[in-house]
Design a protein around this ligand. Structure first.
Ligand code: ADP
Length: 629
């Protein structure tokens, strides 16, 4: 024998008072409209009529003057009717009641007492069934990856209760199953689908399996219930908690007295009343606590808690906090990295800008310095040429004296002939032509000197080194003669042209020849074997094919100390020397891409040599460096 939930004192008092006043009201309101009871007809009006009409008839009998009327409604119709207050009471399933309670403030006044209910009064739960031979599926955990069939997404015992239990076990049926199917009514479809292997697991309202077995439609031995639970007083196979059965609820607008009277009438219904039998219940009991249903719906975010589905950012954060944390860290790292890179770029750009600025300044300074150096070099070249010519001035004067003396002689001879009247015109023409020749010769000497000393800018051109040698030597002939020295030329005929500044090359040769003459000046006249003292200027090609010039003397030679400092500026051993000649010569030769060096002459004295690249080679080198001007 099952025990009904006990009525507490207040409820008992209320019931007794209600009994009395309900009777009174029923009598007093004989002329009032019938009591309208909205009944959830979830399987159509006919089914609802069959199940509930007897209950409504029972009520009508309890209120003879007024009567009662059943209003079958589907879910939306129920909502609309409550909102429009076209019913006084609603008899609906647990889930729908919770929703109406939340939305419209309906209040349960009695709960259906099922003959199957447990001792707590709970009567609705879910049973998850598998075929008995599917031994691999035992607990809720095993549902992952299975195909599950339930009645309907809105079925309370037929899905929602099981859904809550699955979630509690960590299985989200909408995410973790292979497939979730809904069969719709009749519920035996689920049972058959499981039996035939069309699905792995079936979700039924608890007791449906037993009911079908009683009707002889299924063999319960073919099935096994997952995660079976026992609830005292509840005989059906069960996989979940139990929730209260259908309630009868009154609208907020329904008079209190009427509500009490209806409750009393229902409580008085005998357990074996045909109405109870038709509705499949045992009677009515005090309204049970529907809070667990609220909790379930809240966790499922359905019914009145559907709004919770509008997932908030906080929900996402709560659910995926690990990933969000990783993302936030990554974002932070990226932000820090970007800032660092940006900072570095800024710093480097600033450094580059400064470096570039410095470079530009340095380049300008260097260009200015080079310009100044070139100007100085030009000045020095000029000074050196003036100085060398100054040193040779007396010799040059002597050189000039010869044509001038010849001119004077010729002119005097001519005058004499004219005075004596012996002037044969043909002879006179001959003499004046000789005068002109000598004047030209003097003019050439002066032109050469002028050319040599004038301030000028370096001009590279293909030139014959032998010509420069001859010009330079011609300027030294006077000094050589005075010193009793012969300048011998040993020039190669087939020399290739060099790319050079003619005057600068003349300057080099002139310098070397003059130094050779100077070195021989102090040496006593005549060599040991009695040969005339000679400065020899050779030209030819070295082993690398470059043009080479050598000035060999038989002078005093170079001491070790002088050899080390020969090309230093201002190094001189001569009393009137400036010590610039060789240093300038080396600069000139190297600027042309050549070399200048000194060796000892085998027969005593010194050989000064320099080389110059020939035209092609010079052109190539010239692209890299320009000689100074
Ligand atoms: P300077 O002729 O004004 O002295 P140079 O630079 O032309 O300047 O020569 C520097 C020094 O090198 C000379 O003073 C001399 O001592 C030495 N020198 C140059 N050529 C010869 C040579 N052919 N033989 C010996 N010494 C030489």
């Amino acid at each position: 024998m099952r025990t009904r939930p006990r009525l507490d004192c207040l409820t008992l008092v209320g019931v007794l008072v209600g009994l009395w006043s309900g009777m009174a009201t029923a009598t007093a309101t004989a002329t009032e409209p019938p009591i309208r009871v909205g009944v959830l007809a979830y399987r159509g009006g006919d089914h609802a009529n069959a199940a509930w009409e007897p209950t409504i008839q029972y009520l009508a009998q309890q209120f003879p003057g007024r009567g009662a009327q059943m209003v079958p409604l589907d879910l939306p119709g129920m909502d609309a009717a409550v909102q429009a207050r076209t019913v006084d009471f609603v008899l609906t399933n647990t889930g729908n009641y919770v929703e109406l309670e939340a939305r419209h403030g309906v209040t349960r006044i009695a709960t259906l007492h099922s003959f199957r209910a447990g001792t707590s009064g709970g009567a609705i739960g879910s049973a998850l069934i598998v075929r008995a031979d599917r031994t691999g599926i035992r607990g809720m955990d095993d549902l992952k990856g299975q195909t599950v069939m339930a009645i309907d997404p809105d079925a309370f015992g037929g899905f929602q209760v099981a859904w809550g239990a699955m979630l509690k076990a960590g299985v989200d049926p909408y995410r973790d199953l292979k497939e979730l199917r809904f069969s719709g009514f009749p519920v035996d479809r689920v049972v058959f689908a499981v039996r035939d292997g069309a699905v792995d697991v079936g979700v039924l309202r608890a007791c449906v399996l037993e009911e079908l077995a009683v009707e002889g439609r299924v063999d319960p031995g073919q099935f096994r219930v997952l995660a079976p639970k026992t609830v005292p007083g509840f005989d059906c196979a069960l996989s979940t908690d139990l929730y209260p059965d259908w309630p009868l609820a009154r609208l907020a607008s329904t008079p209190e007295d009427l509500a009490k009277a209806v409750v009393v009438a229902l409580f008085q219904m005998p357990a074996d009343h045909p109405a109870a039998k038709a509705g499949g219940y045992e009677g009515w009991t005090v309204p049970l606590d529907y809070q667990p249903v609220h909790t379930l719906f809240r966790s499922l975010r359905i019914g009145p808690y559907r709004y919770l589905r509008d997932v908030s950012l906080i929900d996402i954060a709560r659910e995926h906090w690990e990933w969000l944390a990783v993302g936030a860290m990554a974002l932070l790292w990226w932000a820090v990295h970007s800032l660092r890179v940006e900072h570095l770029i800024k710093v480097r750009t600033a450094e580059l800008r400064t470096a570039n600025h410095d470079l530009v300044r340095e380049m300008a300074e260097r260009r200015r310095a080079e310009e100044t150096a070139r100007e100085r070099q030009k000045e020095m070249d000029h000074v050196a040429r003036l100085s060398i010519l100054g040193e040779m001035a007396s010799n040059l004067a002597h050189e000039l004296n010869q044509p001038l003396g010849a001119i004077a002689n010729y002119a005097r001879g001519c005058t004499r002939r004219l005075e004596m009247g012996t002037g044969d015109p043909a002879q006179l023409v001959e003499i004046t032509r000789a005068i002109a020749e000598q004047a030209e010769r003097a003019g050439q000497i002066i032109a050469r000197i002028r050319n040599f000393v004038r301030k000028r800018t370096s001009q590279l051109e293909p030139m014959d080194v032998n010509e420069a040698v001859r010009t330079a030597v011609s300027l030294c002939q006077g000094q050589a003669r005075n010193g009793g020295v012969t300048i011998a030329l040993d020039l190669a005929d087939d020399l290739p042209l060099v790319m050079a500044d003619r005057v600068q090359i003349e300057q080099v040769v002139l310098n070397l020849v003059k130094n050779a003459l100077d070195a021989m000046q102090d040496v006593p006249g005549g060599t040991a074997d009695g040969r005339v003292r000679t400065v020899t200027v050779h030209s030819g090609r070295d082993e690398e094919g470059r043009v080479a010039v050598a000035v060999a003397d038989q002078g005093h030679g170079i001491s070790e100390e002088a050899r080390a400092r020969l090309f230093d500026p201002f190094f001189t051993t001569k009393s009137g020397g400036m010590g610039l000649g060789l240093s300038i010569c080396r600069t000139i030769v190297e600027t042309h891409g050549g070399h200048l060096w000194a060796t000892d002459n085998a027969g005593g004295g010194v050989v000064m040599r320099f080389t110059l690249p020939i035209v092609d080679e010079a052109r190539r080198a010239g692209k890299e460096e320009q000689p100074h001007g």
